[in-house]
Design a protein around this ligand. Structure first.
Ligand SMILES: Cc1cc2nc3c(=O)[nH]c(=O)nc-3n(C[C@H](O)[C@H](O)[C@H](O)COP(=O)(O)OP(=O)(O)OC[C@H]3O[C@@H](n4cnc5c(N)ncnc54)[C@H](O)[C@@H]3O)c2cc1C
Length: 452
């Protein structure tokens, strides 16, 4: 169906193609799959067909096939993890809505904020437990997350934030000045202090998703790479997903396509989701002398208090991963501009590493919704989706993948899914104006980050 969004796409169509792999550090450093994952070349029938082999799709497949014995098949337009799941920063962290914990109380009410916080924590534990259970080595970094104040004014708010988080969520967060951060091996030239704590950790996202795919395929769950669903039809209670060289007939389908959901494919989601670009750069491995000069030697996941935030982590092989927003268009020029902004922010933070070469640069889509929360549910009879993790999908997409499986197995069981996640996201206004509106919003955020 033709929608307004088709007439005024936010990005050019090649932005959504995942057939060509993004040249990320993760791809250069993960082992290949243990067994071949071919494309779909015939017509098959299953109980549940899943579109998208990322964290959502493969966690749903695992829960349905392994825990509930259903007949499942997964297809992906590119390789396993071709979307955001193979391109992210690897922060396995609390999050998933557009709000932080305390804002959730303000916007969604105390009861719902507590329900979401419970799920966010379980999501982080779920990934750890799944990887341990399936013996997937994901190069887990040290536990905790560091939230850094980019202005003295932000740092002044940290004592209250820590106290409130303790009172409401039982969180144990330490407030540290920049000198105290320095003493703990978090030396930097840009911040005014931080909040440290939490169950969060970093991981190698492609090792996680490929490890999970290997396990699924070993258990007989087919995952077809390079198999884009080009058409989706329904008749006589069955769904049919058609690719260029085969098809799947299924009783139920899950679209696990998040920020790569093709515009116009799911009418019910039209105007309700917004893909936004995030960019990453990764340096060459630092020498021991370079690490000593800067005195940042911890592998804790870190991010800052800007609206246009920077996120970064020292990787286990002493490279530094640094990420941030990725611009408002998919053009080469926009990519280069976004990367220059990352370079400038990195250089201002780690003045001793200014001249260190950058080995990898890439980008990908995160997905926002009109309701500022993920959506996990059935949008048409026997057609489900889970998406909209607001840049926090390593843990949350993994959790929501099994939550959508749970809804399929027992539609009455909402234990897995906070109430606000089950409502179709609100429509966003002015869809035809998305490109200039996002540009204007980013300018406003940058102004606010700098001057307010
Ligand atoms: C640069 C970047 C950094 C990020 N950093 C973090 C982070 O540090 N921590 C964190 O928690 N989150 C992070 N995220 C977000 C996180 O990666 C995502 O929320 C998560 O990976 C979403 O997983 P998913 O399985 O739902 O979707 P995806 O991994 O995006 O998978 C969707 C899949 O659908 C496939 N697909 C789409 N259309 C079709 C079709 N028609 N037919 C077949 N297949 C199709 C795509 O090929 C793709 O593989 C980051 C994202 C990006 C882009």
């Amino acid at each position: 169906m033709t929608t307004l969004a088709n007439h005024y796409p936010l990005y050019t169509p090649e932005a959504f193609q995942t057939e060509t792999a993004e040249p990320s550090y993760w791809r250069a450093s993960a082992k290949p799959l243990k067994q071949e994952s071919p494309s779909l070349t015939n017509d098959i029938q299953v109980d549940v067909a899943i579109v998208g082999a990322g964290f959502t799709g493969l966690n749903a497949a695992y829960a349905l096939a392994v825990l509930h014995g259903m007949n499942v098949a997964v297809i992906d337009a590119g390789e396993i993890g071709a979307g955001a799941s193979g391109r992210n920063g690897g922060f396995c962290c609390i999050g998933g809505t557009a709000y932080d914990g305390l804002e959730q109380v303000k916007h969604l009410g105390l009861e719902e904020a507590l329900a979401i916080n419970r799920i966010e924590r379980r999501a982080v534990d779920h990934v750890r437990a799944l990887c341990e259970q399936l013996d997937i080595d994901v190069d887990r970094s040290e536990q905790g997350e560091l939230y850094l104040a980019h202005k003295p004014k932000r740092f002044a708010e940290f004592d209250d934030a820590a106290a409130e988080s303790k009172k409401i969520f039982g969180a144990n967060l330490s407030v540290l000045t920049n000198d105290q951060l320095n003493d703990r091996g978090y030396g930097n030239q840009a911040y005014y202090g931080g909040l440290l704590g939490g169950p969060d950790y970093g991981l190698h996202p492609l090792k996680y998703i490929r490890g999970l795919a290997d396990r699924l395929m070993a258990l007989g769950v087919p995952i077809y790479q390079n198999s884009r669903c080009t058409q989706w039809t329904q008749s006589q209670g069955k769904h049919r997903l058609i690719t260029d060289s085969g098809s799947i007939e299924a009783d139920k389908v899950i679209f696990a396509t998040n920020g790569y959901t093709p515009e116009g494919m799911i009418d019910e989601l039209s105007q309700r989701i917004m893909p936004l670009l995030s960019s990453i750069r990764v340096t060459r491995p630092l020498t021991e002398d370079e690490i000593t000069a800067q005195n940042w030697r911890r592998t804790t996941c870190a991010f800052d208090s800007r609206i246009m935030l920077n996120y970064f982590r020292l990787l286990p092989d002493n490279r530094v991963l640094w990420g941030g927003r990725g611009g408002t268009s998919f053009s080469e020029g926009a990519f280069n501009r976004a990367q220059r902004e990352l370079d400038n922010a990195f250089n201002a933070t780690f003045t001793h590493w200014k001249t260190v070469d950058v080995d990898y640069r890439w980008r990908g889509f995160v997905c926002f919704t009109g309701s500022q929360t993920p959506f996990v549910g059935e949008f048409r009879p026997n057609a489900y989706t889970s998406l909209g993790y607001h840049g926090n999908g390593v843990a949350m997409a993994s959790w929501c993948g099994q939550a959508i499986a749970q809804q399929i197995v027992n539609s009455e069981d909402r234990h897995f899914t906070p109430k606000s996640f089950t409502k179709l996201p609100n429509k966003m206004s002015f869809m035809g104006m998305r490109q200039p509106l996002v540009k204007a919003a980013y300018l406003g955020y940058k102004f606010s980050d700098r001057w307010l």
